[in-house]
Write a protein that binds this ligand. Structure first.
Ligand SMILES: Cc1cc2nc3c(=O)[nH]c(=O)nc-3n(C[C@H](O)[C@H](O)[C@H](O)COP(=O)(O)OP(=O)(O)OC[C@H]3O[C@@H](n4cnc5c(N)ncnc54)[C@H](O)[C@@H]3O)c2cc1C
Length: 318
């Protein structure tokens, strides 16, 4: 007979880490954290620039931490270190490089099918985030531009002419950071930036006033074309300009197909249906973190989901 876990957690980001740590602290010993990449916190590692400031109250979402994890403002590096310490100190049983393919329920137990075999659990928490599928523009990106049109900073080097598309904290942080060594334009369809937090707005104004960043606000893009190895961006006002690189910072999409393969019922807009304890229509199947929102979410919010879910599971078993 296979081991039967109390909770299997799918996704090793803040939501999954929150559930794992709260489980140990609240007395649920038999848990398994499954992460498809080679380490926890893939979104933080891949989409945050190095040394990025990490705000607890991200995008103006003031959050009171309800659980046992003392998450504070820091940097990308300090946040990863903190999560490393939590996972080590609480001896979390984690499988990395293990991708969940689907989940099925037979009587009261869930069977989790992964790239590393099958596991059985009484409860499942799905916390796979939305950045596995970053939002893309509605127009076609010519295949020849694939390496120059990006959704994070991995491929950037110095001395490039870069256009960043988006109007949230990520777009502004990318723009300020890259403008130290590149010629940067931020393009946003809104007439002004309203989403970023006050610190980022103020930094952006400073960079703008000093001429380090150009802004195209109230401006949408019509199309991208390839021209002699560069990106020709055609704007809605019929102007156009050549860039070496375009970076889209538009957030991510709910992974509807994956949720359905896990047995999560979604509404007609493709959003998962769940109750106040984050339990879906399938008893024992929970969702946590960013996928509980159409957009938005934060590390602190994801950690709170973990506390709420584990407290509820514990209360049922007493
Ligand atoms: C550029 C950027 C900057 C941000 N800055 C901040 C900030 O300063 N402060 C803040 O609070 N928030 C910030 N956020 C938001 C924050 O990162 C998210 O709210 C948070 O990461 C959500 O956690 P999560 O666990 O729901 O999802 P994620 O962090 O996306 O984690 C999901 C995990 O699930 C794994 N996974 C996916 N599919 C599978 C599968 N099938 N099997 C196994 N594993 C799987 C992924 O590899 C990933 O590790 C930022 C986001 C971005 C993109």
């Amino acid at each position: 007979m296979k081991d039967i876990y109390d909770i299997i957690i799918i996704g090793g980001g803040p939501g999954g880490i929150g559930v794992s740590i709260e489980s140990k602290i609240l007395g649920l010993e038999k848990i398994l954290l499954i992460e498809k990449t080679d380490n926890h916190s893939h979104t933080i590692r891949k989409f945050y620039k190095d040394k990025k400031r990490v705000d607890k109250d991200w995008q103006g979402q003031a959050v009171n931490l309800e659980g046992n994890i003392d998450f504070i403002d820091g940097t990308k590096e300090s946040t990863i270190d903190y999560f490393d310490t939590l996972l080590d100190d609480h001896l979390i049983d984690a499988r990395f490089n293990c991708e969940v393919d689907k989940v099925s329920k037979d009587s009261d137990l869930f069977k989790v099918v992964t790239s590393d075999g099958e596991f059985v659990s009484k409860n499942i928490v799905v916390s796979v985030g939305r950045m596995g599928k970053p939002n893309k523009p509605s127009y076609i990106v010519p295949p020849s531009l694939k390496t120059q049109v990006n959704f994070n900073l991995d491929k950037c080097s110095n001395g490039e002419k870069i256009i960043i598309i988006g109007g949230g904290d990520s777009a502004v942080e990318y723009a300020c950071d890259l403008s130290e060594t590149n010629d940067v334009t931020l393009c946003y369809r809104g007439a002004e930036l309203t989403k970023p937090n006050p610190t980022n707005i103020s930094a952006f104004k400073t960079f703008l006033d000093s001429g380090k960043i150009c802004a195209k606000l109230g401006m949408d893009i019509d199309s991208l074309d390839s021209e002699h190895g560069k990106i020709r961006v055609e704007f809605k006002d019929k102007s156009s300009e050549l860039y070496d690189r375009a970076i889209y910072a538009l957030g991510g999409t709910t992974p509807i197909d994956f949720l359905k393969k896990c047995g999560v019922v979604v509404d007609d807009r493709g959003e998962p249906i769940f109750d106040a304890n984050y339990e879906t229509k399938t008893a024992g199947m929970f969702i946590a973190g960013d996928i509980a929102f159409k957009s938005g979410g934060s590390i602190a919010i994801a950690l709170n989901h973990g506390h709420k879910i584990v407290s509820y599971i514990q209360s049922k078993s007493i």
